[in-house]
Ligand binder design. Structure first.
Ligand SMILES: NCc1[nH]cc(CCC(=O)O)c1CC(=O)O
Length: 321
């Protein structure tokens, strides 16, 4: 199955065709090439573009179709078929459970996890006029923004980040909410008007991080990817994903979580702090818990259980309908 050119194994990297997917895949390949040079590893890389079901129906309401894994199914099939050897995903779009035979080979260092606003005049959240029209299709964002500012009018805006930014003007929004990470990876930091603090708007699970999926039995690729893994990001993302798993969440559900290291592993085990939220889409209810501990999986479960004790299950059942 391995493909050799001039005595070097060619690692085929699968990607979706959106500008963001292509950009972040290219950035990961550049990092892998640098690691190969540094460690004297003989690999070459090739990109293979894959059109997923999610890309074909982007303009249909994703939440109605049941978005879970919509962007990853074809990519996983290509991994199983040996058509590709690894795939770079935005962590927040990666399903909680990977199929048997595939693993997340690396969690590279996370970039900015916050959400940000793109506005016409560069306004901060607090400066948005009363009744401002804010574009987001994320129930997590609408819940938290309406909780802070019930006067806002939230309207859905879909598509890739470039088309969402265009809709700021063409559809008369006062602001569009996007993940800062996507803007940063595209080199569009300059278009960010202001950031939403992690206290005001708890980010999506894994926001700002990537995951790199590969075959469990591909020893070459796993050894290479291990060099790209960032321990701090892997730990914090593990806590956030444990929280999401315990609440049975997908990406169309008003759940957010953000973990950070509050004591590095210098003396003893690293200590994590995890904040999780579950909210109603209209912002009338916003449940939040912050917990600290050493075990990421246990921390996610603890935060989820505390929210369940406050009624999170009922909110989620209402959203799921
Ligand atoms: N749901 C779409 C998506 N998936 C990943 C990112 C980029 C940010 C990231 O990698 O966390 C975005 C865009 C956005 O939410 O604005």
């Amino acid at each position: 199955m391995t493909y050799i050119v001039d005595g070097r194994r060619v690692i085929v990297v699968g990607t979706r065709q959106s500008a963001l997917a292509l950009t972040q895949t290219g950035q990961v390949i550049d990092q892998l090439k640098a690691l190969c040079a540094e460690h004297g590893l003989p690999y070459a890389f090739e990109i293979r573009k894959i059109v997923t079901k999610g890309d074909r129906i982007l303009d249909v309401t994703l939440s109605k179709v049941g978005g879970k894994g919509l962007f990853v199914k074809e990519i996983e099939q290509a991994l199983f078929d040996g058509e590709i050897d690894l795939a770079v995903h935005s962590m927040k779009d990666m399903p909680y459970e990977l199929p048997e035979g595939l693993v997340n080979g690396a969690v590279p260092k996370r970039v900015d996890p916050r959400d940000c606003l793109i506005t016409g005049g560069g306004a901060a959240f607090e400066e948005l006029p009363a009744g401002a029209k804010v574009g987001t299709s994320s129930l997590r964002r609408s819940s938290q923004l309406l909780h802070a500012r019930p006067d806002l009018v939230i309207e859905s805006v879909r598509g890739n980040i470039d088309s969402r930014i265009k809709k700021l003007e063409t559809e008369g929004f006062d602001a569009i909410v996007l993940a800062a990470a996507g803007m940063q990876r595209m080199g569009w930091e300059g278009k960010i008007s202001s950031f939403l603090s992690e206290e005001l708007c708890v980010p999506a699970v894994g926001q700002g991080a990537l995951g790199i999926e590969c075959r469990e039995d591909d020893a070459d690729v796993r050894a290479l990817l291990a060099l790209l893994n960032d321990e701090e990001t892997a730990l914090t993302v593990a806590a956030e994903r444990s929280f999401l798993g315990e609440l049975n969440g997908g990406c169309q559900i008003p759940i957010g979580a953000h973990a950070k290291l509050v004591r590095s592993g210098g003396e003893g085990a690293p200590v994590l702090e995890l904040t999780g939220i579950v909210g109603s889409p209209d912002g009338s209810v916003l449940l939040k818990e912050t917990v600290r501990g050493e075990d990421p999986a246990a921390l996610g479960v603890e935060a989820a259980n505390r929210l369940k004790a406050k009624g999170a299950d009922r909110i989620l059942a209402d959203v799921r309908g």
